[in-house]
Write a protein that binds this ligand. Structure first.
Ligand SMILES: Cc1cc2nc3c(=O)[nH]c(=O)nc-3n(C[C@H](O)[C@H](O)[C@H](O)COP(=O)(O)OP(=O)(O)OC[C@H]3O[C@@H](n4cnc5c(N)ncnc54)[C@H](O)[C@@H]3O)c2cc1C
Length: 472
């Protein structure tokens, strides 16, 4: 049997996970696996920096509880004893509104309030807004079950103030999304099911919470003691037969040179090329669109239609004496319209109970899809000025940080616009018409680490089946 060659393009967590699954077959001698990564390091947006004894995450900082794939992969790789669960006492956040931090009502599940006393006692929301939220209990279910904008779907059930000050920030801040443009079917598919089954989202989520089928945002989340960079290192070291080529951007995909071959030729930005039998794309949709254009115009155009937002994270360490407020929650959100550039701030040490002898680590998020401003183009000085001003306004910090680092992620996060599930369905059909080309990553169904791992497992399995390699 001739050995088949697979090229995985992109060494973020998606590409690495797919390569790890395919490595089993490389060890059996059935396939040859190569990973090509544009950057000089693997991990993509998953990157950890340790400074002054504190863990600073540049991208994701944890895995959600409701999706088990990330935890399962950590355990499989021998990282089980490194898993750290979120401190339940720190679950929940504040909301920056009218120049003050207000406690978000406890018990919010995917933007839905489930603890009514906490809602009623949230006096920073107007009485009319709180009453409007409670209207959900008597409102009928939607008759039209098509995909609606998240803003429209949740706005109809809970009113505009709840939507803008609580639901949108907690559901969209981290991916730079805008509720009025995001697909409810892609971002909160579970809530569509709840409405269908229970009519009222509040009553439905309360019932599911009682049985453990729904959890409050952040509850049960996990991270790794040394940061998520540990996962990248562990997957990388588990690749026994796979070759990971760093600083090797793929520039274009063409048809293989050999006559009658079903395969492809990868052309690298540095000039070399390589033939392969199957390709697994684990890069952002706009990159995949450019690479595929010469061989799959239809799939390429569909990939190009998926919009991306640029994000930046500033991870900074502050002297505890410089922080005049009590850090007793996970951090705070900044709804749009409050006059700040930052969208959220995470207080790392209470959240993960991480010891940080050298100071208190904070993570500030920047980038919103509607702002039309690319935050990754800001200079270091601009970030410094904005961070200084906004931490003074929100937390009363008046001292510079002990250490800070800016992580810029240009066009890094896909926006699931209304109609995304149908678009993805059609995209998958288009990719199915391109033999030997497969896709993984946050382009499709879910952008969390766990979603990416699940989709990479499926994509690796599809590659195995396509190449006719016996399952192990
Ligand atoms: C700031 C931020 C915070 C987040 N927080 C969380 C969180 O707390 N929890 C959670 O579950 N998820 C979180 N996410 C989402 C999650 O981290 C990502 O969806 C996931 O890590 C994406 O992994 P990926 O491998 O699909 O893509 P990426 O990590 O983007 O990797 C793609 C790789 O492809 C490479 N590449 C690009 N072009 C080429 C080319 N031409 N040739 C070769 N290689 C190329 C890139 O260099 C990159 O390494 C966060 C994301 C961001 C950006």
């Amino acid at each position: 049997m001739t050995i088949k060659r697979v090229a995985v393009i992109g060494a973020g967590i998606s590409g690495l996970t797919a390569a790890y699954r395919l490595d089993t077959y490389a060890r059996q001698g059935d396939v040859e696996v190569h990973v090509f990564e544009a950057r000089p390091r693997a991990g993509g947006v998953m990157v950890t920096d340790t400074q002054h004894g504190a863990i600073l995450e540049g991208g994701p900082d944890g895995f959600e509880h409701s999706k088990p794939e990330a935890e399962a992969l950590c355990r499989e790789l021998g990282l089980g004893d490194q898993l750290v669960e979120v401190d339940e006492a720190a679950v929940g956040a504040y909301v920056y509104h009218r120049r003050r931090l207000h406690p978000m009502p406890r018990g919010v599940v995917a933007g839905v309030p489930t603890e009514l006393a906490a809602l009623v006692n949230s006096h920073w929301l107007s009485p009319a807004a709180r009453l409007r939220v409670l209207l959900d209990v008597v409102l009928p279910r939607r008759r039209d079950t098509g995909d609606h904008a998240l803003g429209k779907f949740l706005g109809r059930r809970f009113g505009r103030q709840w939507m803008t000050l609580v639901a949108e920030p907690s559901l969209c801040a981290r991916y730079g999304g805008l509720a009025d443009e995001s697909s409810s079917a892609a971002v909160v598919p579970q809530l569509l099911e709840v409405e269908h089954r229970y009519r009222s989202l509040i009553l439905g989520c309360r019932a599911l919470k009682r049985t453990g089928a729904a959890t409050v945002e952040g509850e049960g989340a996990l991270t790794l003691e040394g940061g998520l960079g540990q996962l990248v290192d562990a997957v990388d070291s588990a690749l026994k037969q796979t070759l990971v080529h760093l600083a090797m951007p793929v520039a274009e995909i063409g048809k293989a040179d050999e006559q009658g071959s079903q395969g492809y030729r990868l052309n690298f930005a540095h000039g070399a090329s390589l033939n392969c039998d199957a390709i697994l794309l684990a890069v952002p949709a706009h990159v995949a669109a450019d690479l595929l254009r010469p061989v799959a115009l239809e799939a390429s155009s569909m990939l190009a239609a998926i919009e991306y937002t640029s994000l930046a994270v500033v991870a900074a360490i502050y002297d505890p004496k410089a922080i005049p407020i009590r850090l007793d929650r996970a951090g705070f959100y900044v709804p749009r319209g409050e006059g700040l550039k930052m969208t959220a701030c995470t207080w790392m040490s209470p959240l993960w109970r991480q010891p940080s002898p050298g100071g208190v680590p904070l993570r500030l998020f920047f980038g919103r899809s509607q702002d039309g401003e690319d935050v990754t183009a800001w200079s270091d000085e601009t970030f410094q000025e904005v961070v200084e001003r906004e931490l003074r306004l929100t937390m009363g910090i008046r001292q510079p940080p002990v250490y800070s680092r800016i992580f810029r992620w240009p066009k890094a996060v896909p926006q699931y616009r209304v109609g995304h599930p149908e678009h993805v369905w059609a995209l998958r059909q288009a990719l199915d018409r391109v033999p030997g080309v497969f896709g993984a990553g946050s382009i499709f169904q879910g952008w969390s680490v766990a979603d990416c791992i699940r989709q990479s497992d499926q994509a690796a399995e599809a590659v195995r089946a396509y190449l006719g390699v016996k399952a192990d």
